[in-house]
Design a protein around this ligand. Structure first.
Ligand code: F3S
Length: 275
């Protein structure tokens, strides 16, 4: 069976940068916290924890030490709170997310509605809403666009969303006679991973998508693969693979979300090559 890796897969620039910043912080004598798990990858979070990096789920849980803000960023109020407590803040917000936050603030200043396309419960989306203020309305897709909208309508997108979803929301608004102000904040790394996953899924008999089940970008990769290849499988690690899934396959593709380190991809590729 031939195993083909997607041209663009795995850890992105923003995650790599956040990991480097957390690793540098843990060399310090003070206790290092991350506000929420640093990345949506349980194995990596376990490794960090073994080196003393603690996960705090709330600002109230931290009274001293160093706090690393993960690549997803935070609401301005959270940053204010950390600073008010006198904590050492290491801001590992991905520059692409920071750009989306600035876009959300600009749209807020237009004075109408800011549609934030993404998953309401995702930390990046909570951060974007914090920057968009009272104008923010989160929509997971076309079906959630409110019937009443105060204009102008601005659109900002969770960086790991798909451009297809953005296009569908824009079209739905235009069909209502609303011309939105669009900030396409889907990041370059996401687009590269989605496009190469789609191309690969088209040409293989089956495809494996590796990443945390709580990772938005990996979930989107899986949806894209599924649309092009019915035998798409979403796993967190090699242990979940089942040889029977690949019965009769001549080619298998492998792709991975932006929080999946190289060694986890290698393990899957090595296993598939033994079949
Ligand atoms: Fe940044 Fe895009 Fe990665 S926003 S964290 S480079 S998926």
């Amino acid at each position: 069976m031939k195993v083909i890796r997607a041209k663009h897969a795995g850890v992105c620039y923003g995650v790599e940068r956040a990991l480097d910043m957390a690793q540098a912080a843990m060399m310090d004598d003070e206790t290092t916290y991350t506000l929420g798990p640093l990345i949506h990858n349980p194995k990596v979070v376990e490794k960090l924890s073994a080196h003393g990096v603690q996960v705090a789920n709330d600002v109230d849980d931290i009274d001293s030490g160093i706090v690393v803000i993960r690549s997803h960023g935070v609401e301005p109020s959270v940053l204010d709170c950390l600073n008010a407590k006198g904590l050492t803040v290491i801001d590992a917000t991905c520059p692409h997310v920071a750009k989306a936050q600035r876009a959300a603030a600009e749209l807020r200043d237009l004075g109408g509605t800011v549609l934030v396309i993404g998953r309401a419960e995702h930390p990046e989306v909570r951060g974007l809403c914090g920057h968009a203020g009272n104008a923010a309305v989160v929509v997971a897709g076309v079906e959630e666009i409110p019937a009443e909208l105060s204009e102008p309508v601005g659109i900002v997108v969770q960086t790991t969303e798909s451009k297809e979803k953005l296009g569908a929301v824009v079209e739905a608004l235009r069909s209502r006679g609303i011309e939105p102000v669009v900030k396409n904040t889907v990041c370059f790394a996401t687009r590269q991973r989605q496009d190469s996953a789609a191309m690969l899924a088209e040409e293989v008999d089956a495809i494996v998508v590796i990443g945390g089940k709580n990772s938005s970008n990996t979930t989107h990769l899986f949806e894209i693969c599924k649309a092009h290849c019915p035998r798409s499988f979403f796993v967190e690690s090699v242990d979940e693979l089942d040889a029977a899934w690949f019965d009769g396959c001549e080619t298998v593709g492998v792709t991975a979300g932006a929080s999946t380190p190289e060694d986890q991809i290698d393990e899957v590729v090595d296993y598939l090559e033994t079949l």
